[in-house]
Ligand binder design. Structure first.
Ligand code: SF4
Length: 222
């Protein structure tokens, strides 16, 4: 199973992808969404150039004294059956493991948490309910199952993440805060990198209106 893993990118060291940890980030090829602002377009094609898993594991083993964690990102890792074998291999490295997901496979999310294969989850919440299909090409239903599961489970910490697309208004963000984010510990809001994106000052202004919806609002990319 492990030989089917399609690793499309690898950031050897990151200080911003696992809270308060030094991490290495693996990007799995392919995604079931099509967000207009996706900056990982080059890896969405699951046939894109691949890095051999053996190479990544060998290098992580060599660097593990300098790393705290490995992040499995994408693309969307949960859509592939090789995710669990991959996580099992990463577990042998004695590093913390974070999974980044768009939430469309709640049963996979639940399974990897219950098997103890991840230590932290970042779940993307991309738009208010009624705009989900327009923003991502996918309905929100399964994402809501993932969201509710994460909120009620106590096994792993998690954060919710929203990319501040210029298609989202302040009212949209407030609606998301009230209906989706409310009760979460961390809501990470990421600046979008497309034409027409909000300026840093605009991002700060919007974020200032969202403080009541999570214990911590973290802003990334500004
Ligand atoms: S879910 Fe993430 S990887 Fe997939 S299209 Fe959207 S931004 Fe890109």
């Amino acid at each position: 199973m492990a030989r089917e893993i399609k690793i499309a990118g690898w950031q050897k060291v990151s200080l911003i992808d696992y809270p308060e940890k030094i991490a290495s980030v693996i990007f799995i090829a392919g995604c079931n969404m099509c967000c207009h602002y996706c900056h990982n377009h080059h890896i969405l094609d699951s046939c894109c150039n691949q890095i051999p898993l053996r190479e990544v594991l060998d290098e992580l083993r060599k660097r593990k004294n300098f790393l705290d964690a490995v992040v499995v990102s994408g693309g969307e890792p949960t859509v592939y059956p090789f995710l669990i074998p991959l996580l099992r291999q990463l577990r042998t490295l004695d590093l913390l493991i974070k999974l980044d997901t768009n939430g469309t496979r709640p049963q996979v999310l639940k399974k990897v948490i219950e098997l103890g294969l991840v230590d932290y989850v970042a779940l993307d919440i991309k738009a208010p309910q009624e705009q989900y299909v327009a923003m991502t090409g996918m309905p929100i239903d399964e994402v809501l199952v993932s969201l509710n599961y994460l909120k009620q489970q106590k096994r792993v910490p998690y954060m919710l993440r929203t990319t501040l697309s210029p298609r989202l208004s302040l009212d949209d963000m407030v609606a998301m805060g009230k209906k989706l984010i409310n009760g979460a510990t961390i809501w990470q809001i990421q600046q979008c990198r497309v034409a027409g994106a909000y300026s840093v000052a605009e991002v700060r202004k919007i974020v200032s209106k969202l403080q009541q919806y999570a214990v911590y609002i973290v802003v990334k990319g500004v």
